[in-house]
Structures are given as C-alpha cells and as structure tokens.
Design a protein. Sequence first.
Length: 291
Amino acid sequence: MSEPQAIKMDLKLRYKVIEIISFWEGKLNASHLCRAFGIGRQQASKDINDYLSNIAPYNLIYDKTLKGYRPSSRFKPVFTRGDVTEYLQLLTAANQIDDPLLDVSLLDHSLQPVCIESVQTPSKTINPTILSTLILAIRKKYRVETTYVSLNNPKPESRIIEPHTLVFSGNRWHVRAYCEKNRDFRDFVLSRFRGEIELINEALISSDEDAYWHHFVRIKIIPDTRLTPAQRKVVATDYGMQRNALYLETRAALVNYVLQQFNLDPKKIEAKPEAQQLMIGNLSEVEKWLF
C-alpha cells in the first residue's frame, strides 16, 4: 500500500504508532495513543476507527479476549516499513524520556517495562543559520557563498555552491551540491561549514546534470567466502539474506556510504574472516562508482 498524501503530520505519527504497536506486540488499544500523545480516549478511539475506515480496513481485527485490536493475516503497513528497527526505536525513545508508553504497550500489564539501553554517538556541531539557509537555497534553487574546511584543506576557504539535496550517511549529515571551484557535484559535510553563508542568485547548473546522483547502482553483499558454510549461514541470517546474498539499490553518489554502514572497504581485507564477515559480491560492477 502507498501512503496517503493529504494527511496532517500529527495524524500520520499516530497512524505509525498504531501500525508499530499492533504489528510487533500483537495488541493495540486506545490507551497506547492516549499515553504516547497525551490525547483523550475519545480522540484515540476516533484515530483507530478512522485508520480502519479510511486507510487499511483489513489490517486490524478486534479481539474480545485481548480487549483490543490485533493484526490480521492480511496486515500490510501503510505508514511504516514493517521493520523491527521502527519498533526498537520507539521503545528506545520512550525509555530515554522516561515515557510511560512502555508501561502500557506490553501485552501483559503485570510485567515490568522492557529495559532498553543504546550507545549514543556524539552529535556533529551544525550551525542552524547555515542549515536553514542551505534548505532555503535547495527550495528556491539558489547559489550560496560560504566558507568551508576539509581534512584535505583545513584552512577556511570561500566556496560558491549550488545545493540540491540533504543526505544522511548513517553517522553525519551532508549536502549534495555543485561546487563552482571544482566544477563538479560534491558532498559537503554540514559540520564543516564556517562563518557566514549568503544566498546569491538562481543556480546556474541544474541538479539534473548530477550524473552520480541520478544513476542507480545495485550492490550485492555476501558472507565472507573464507568463512565455513555454517558461519556463512549465521551471517546470512543476521542480514536477512536470500540464497546467501543481500541486494541493495542506491544512488551512485551514495555507494561509499552504504558500504561504510557494512564496514566494507574494498581496499582493506581483514586478516580474520570472522572480523570482516561480509564481502561485496559484485565488486567489478561497484568499484567504478567508488571515490
């Protein structure tokens, strides 16, 4: 199912919680929405009924024994991906703010709340003025003048760029932009902008000319072939592989970032296969897009 467009953000969030809780815990009632969003039971019941009437009538079934809704055999998520990460992120967020959602989301209310702990990565320092100006430039298709530093050139340098997309690479934010100095499209790390940023005028180069952005690459991830068959089976199950392979499609400009998420560096082979675990199964097709 495709997600309906003309729905307000706050209602979409409630629909997402409806899908996440019902699918992963097997039970949903108005209390979940009341505690999660601070709304009344009447409004929560209306949200659930509206979801069933207008969005996905076959997703949930009312179960008198559970005194709530459970997912049907025809359940298909509309506002979520049906990915366990969504559920674990919900639990983590609730735990971090000491949200009572954890107390009511369990099937058996007599049980203790689920204990969740996560390793927090430090946030990169991003200037809000720079970010808001870049967003405005993307929306209006404008050029901007700014100052930028990099590891190759740590001395602040004036740049004129034409941004077209914000990119999250898994651990930091970038902006994809045409660089007038290099006469090419590049990624600029948001935490490396310095000083002032100024809108100039309309962009001179269309983002349609960003060949790496508009070309899609298929990456084949496989268990390290040096592992034993039993070990390869363990790795394949970890990553949800089919026939010992996981296929990912991404923009050519993002290939490096995808591989980084799997700790894969084509130029580096770990001495022990247990340390590496994964390999690129179609390296000859992928390596030309690496930079």
